[in-house]
Ligand binder design. Structure first.
Ligand code: TYM
Length: 336
């Protein structure tokens, strides 16, 4: 029997941050050993909010280089760009026509982002989870490894797949495989440095709220120095009154590779003045190999392009088969 498959992606909107790494990419690096892995750059999603055309392609290359710098091995994983495979948009259209509008209106991420856009909210922002369902279902993965914030979108994907199977297939002959989300507890929700109750996010206007994976040591030091803490001495996990404390300890745990218990003991009597330099040093050290590799990759565009080209060929062959069988189930004939 072949390996089970995973599929996941990140929007190349600006630099990727620690939440993307700890909630997603780091897990993919481990999963690629066991799973047939499809990892892509969701550049069609990147235009659902206002974007700068002069930066889109560059951001996409940078995100691809980040995947590889973090340990995604192009020999083991298929890495590709969403907009290079037009089947994503085509399947999204077919799904649009079987997805009830109210399923989209209740998506948390839409509601949050729509508030920020006011009257300029586009149909694309509302429709985004349908495109995401197409991204996923085209490759018929078994699991979709994401951070906690994407769980609702993966559930919607399952609902769309089930609806397609129910309306146009049969129980014995489903059209499309229904995937499961894969959310690993550690790192699933990295919080903002400015507010421990909000997730770290690319769309937060304040750069001080996040650590980008390419931040140089002095920037990391400045961000940690200024990040929100509390006046309590002694550091602890899981105290609901101290969300920043829990978040910073969690970052230290994940980046130092220690257990939660070991960190709880080490930091129990520390003050912030002692902990912050320790966290800074650990973070700088953990990110250095990623940054070195990233800069090397960005100076070898030909290599990066060849990986994305190979990825595209492999991914597109699978995507076209799924698109074809979905079109057939909906009643389309093949062109002569
Ligand atoms: P995006 O680009 O917002 O995030 C990419 C991945 O990073 C995770 N993540 C986090 N994890 C922990 N803490 C955080 N603060 C944090 N912020 C982000 C996300 O959960 C995600 O796994 N819609 C998707 C991209 C997408 C996609 C897909 C993903 C498009 N099509 C198909 C999976 C499958 C998005 O905007 O993720």
């Amino acid at each position: 029997m072949g390996k089970n498959r995973i599929l996941s992606g990140i929007q190349p909107t600006g630099n990727l941050h620690l939440g993307n790494y700890l909630g997603a990419i780091r897990n993919w690096v481990n999963l690629q050993e066991e799973y047939d892995s499809f990892l892509f750059l969701a550049d069609l999603h990147a235009i659902t909010v206002p974007h700068d055309p002069a930066k889109l392609a560059e951001n996409t290359y940078e995100a691809a280089a980040t995947y590889i710098a973090c340990g995604i091995d192009p020999q083991k994983s298929t890495v590709f760009v969403q907009s290079h495979i037009s089947a994503h948009s085509e399947l999204a259209w077919l799904f649009n026509c079987i997805t009830p509008l109210n399923w989209l209106e209740r998506m948390i991420q839409f509601k949050e982002k729509a508030v920020k856009q006011g009257e300029n909210v586009t149909v694309g922002l509302l429709d985004y989870p349908v495109l995401q369902a197409a991204d996923i279902l085209l490759y018929e993965p078994d699991r979709v490894p994401v951070g906690e914030d994407q769980k609702q979108h993966v559930e919607l994907t399952r609902d769309i797949a089930n609806r397609l199977n129910f309306q146009y297939g049969s129980e014995e002959n489903p059209i499309i495989k229904v995937p499961e989300p894969l959310i690993q507890a550690a790192g699933a929700r990295v919080m903002s440095l400015a507010d421990g109750t909000k997730k770290m996010s690319k769309s937060d206007p304040s750069e001080m709220s996040r650590i980008d994976l390419v931040d140089p040591p002095e920037v990391i030091q400045r961000k940690i120095k200024r990040c929100k803490t509390d006046p309590v001495r002694g550091l602890e996990f899981d105290n609901a009154e101290r969300p920043e404390c829990n978040n910073l300890l969690t970052l230290y745990t994940l980046l130092s590779g220690q257990t939660k218990e070991a960190v709880a003991t080490e930091c129990a009597d520390m003050g912030w003045g002692q902990f912050k330099p320790l966290l800074t040093e650990t973070m700088v050290e953990a990110l250095k190999p990623i940054q070195d590799k990233f800069h090397g990759l960005m100076s070898d565009r030909t290599y990066l392009e060849s990986i994305l080209q190979q990825g595209r060929e492999k991914a597109e062959a699978i995507a076209l088969m799924t698109l074809e069988k979905t079109k057939t189930a909906l009643g389309y004939s093949k062109p002569l």
